[in-house]
Design a protein around this ligand. Structure first.
Ligand code: PMT
Length: 426
């Protein structure tokens, strides 16, 4: 187990020594990366002597090693842990500012990231810091939030670095959880996963020239001005597909139901609420698209009438009359030209059987069958377990992060396109 430990400039920097020792006791090799401010609080030699590795504190230190250091570390660690993390560091991570080794390591790391902030109570409570924390959490960054207590600035409140044992336990839990999920390099479950991830890694900019239309998130069907019918979709799966498609060079239009995610960079995001609004936007953008991926969890029914005022309580029972919503996927299938059409099927039983039925009934090229009965797959989690169902059969994908699943799904959609092209000779 290899962990990169980032240390930033804060009075709690000395506690990072304890964190490092705790990690070592749990069997981790620790590569320390210090910001230049951190070196004002604790000398790099302290960390170097205990970790047994040279401490990195500069982006441009001369070295005989021809490797690009931050990439080498980013690719080899099981976790990037920053303890303590200052308000400045959180702002840099949240905004992708890469102006020193640690912040550059963050944006090149594929490993999970754990952050343990420490700062003055006002700095921690400031809306800017809280907004950065929210952004990072949405992006999947793990946190050990600061505790309350007497702070170095002689005030009492939240901002104190969490206890080193708590930080160590959380770090180990993340690395071991990831291994159980099959992400351990070289582990048995990792073999299948790594081969899928490696397979797609070579498809850089293979979607250049495509216009990918994606739906994501839930829909919200109003009952009255303050109540509605919705579901647990967080939008993470659809947003990951949008992000992956944009990274691979596509023009991307994302039609999103109500979610709390930030629009992915470089993606034209259209916010909608109801199934009808989603239907209208999809049909408007369908003609210019070349590939359509419908990951949204669209309500199948909506209230027949939406009350103009808040419905008052009356009687013991309340009956809501519902009607079918537009089936957006079927409508797109009926109106499409040469677009590759990918639908999802969220299932809790007979997953493949139901997906095959949807493939046929909804007229898609590919159905991503999503087993949503497991805790680590489907709605509102970071990972997903899907099976790709086409007219040729079903391909099961091991548990992967949604961003990796996104790349795999896009590759499968391109494979469908290649196959269609070779059959028609176009
Ligand atoms: O958003 P997350 O929290 O990341 O969760 C991801 C997810 C579980 C929502 C996603 O992976 C998923 O499975 N999405 C499809 C959810 C769903 O509603 O499945 P369905 O089997 O009910 O619908 C089948 C297909 O028809 C879907 O592509 C759906 O977008 C589409 N549909 C459904 C109803 C409707 N009225 N119009 C549609 O277009």
């Amino acid at each position: 187990m290899k962990i990169a430990l980032g240390v930033t400039g804060c009075i709690a920097a000395y506690k990072a020594v304890e964190v490092m020792r705790g990690l070592q006791k749990r069997g981790a090799a620790v590569q320390v990366v210090m910001t230049s401010s951190a070196t004002q609080f604790v000398g790099p030699l302290t960390f170097q002597a205990i970790s047994g590795y040279p401490v990195i504190s500069s982006m441009f230190a001369p070295t005989d090693d021809p490797e690009i250091k931050h990439i080498q570390i980013a690719q080899s660690v099981d976790l990037l842990l920053v303890a303590p993390a200052t308000a400045n560091l959180l702002a840099k991570f949240a905004h992708g500012i890469a102006d020193d080794f640690l912040s550059t390591l963050y944006i090149s790391a594929t490993a999970p990231v754990l952050v343990a902030p420490a700062m003055n109570v006002e700095m921690w409570g400031h809306p800017a810091t809280q907004e950065n924390v929210r952004r990072l959490k949405e992006r999947g960054v793990h946190f050990v939030d600061p505790g309350e207590g007497y702070l170095a600035c002689r005030t009492v409140g939240a901002g104190r670095l969490a206890e080193p044992e708590e930080i160590v336990s959380k770090a180990i839990e993340i690395v071991e959880g990831r291994k159980t999920a099959g992400a351990e390099p070289g582990g048995p479950a990792a073999t299948a996963r790594d081969s899928f991830v490696a397979q797609v890694a070579q498809y850089n900019r293979d979607l250049a020239g495509e216009h990918v239309l994606i739906t994501a998130g839930p829909t919200y069907e109003a009952i009255d001005p303050v109540r509605g019918v919705t579901n647990r979709s967080s939008g993470k799966m659809g947003y990951a597909i949008a992000e992956a498609a944009a990274a691979r060079g596509a023009r991307v239009t994302l039609v999103s139901g109500p979610v709390s995610l930030e629009p992915p960079r470089g993606v034209s995001t259209i916010r909608v609420r109801s199934a009808y609004e989603m239907y209208s936007e999809v049909m408007a953008h369908l003609p210019s698209s070349t590939m359509v991926v419908m990951a949204a969890a669209v309500a199948d029914y909506r209230p027949v009438r939406v009350a103009g005022q808040k419905i008052k309580k009356s009687g013991e029972k309340f009956t809501l009359e519902m009607e079918r919503t537009e089936d957006i996927l079927s409508a797109a299938s009926g109106a499409r030209g040469s677009q590759v059409l990918v639908g999802f099927a969220a299932e809790t039983e007979n997953v493949i059987e139901n997906a095959v039925k949807k493939l046929r009934e909804k007229g898609c090229d590919l159905i991503v069958a999503n087993d949503v009965s497991a805790a680590d797959s489907g709605f509102d989690v970071e990972t997903n377990r899907v099976t790709l169902v086409t007219g040729d059969g079903a391909q099961e994908i091991p548990l992967v992060r949604k961003r990796e699943a996104a790349d795999i799904i896009l590759k499968a959609a391109l494979d469908v396109r290649s196959k269609q092209t070779s059959l028609t000779g176009a």
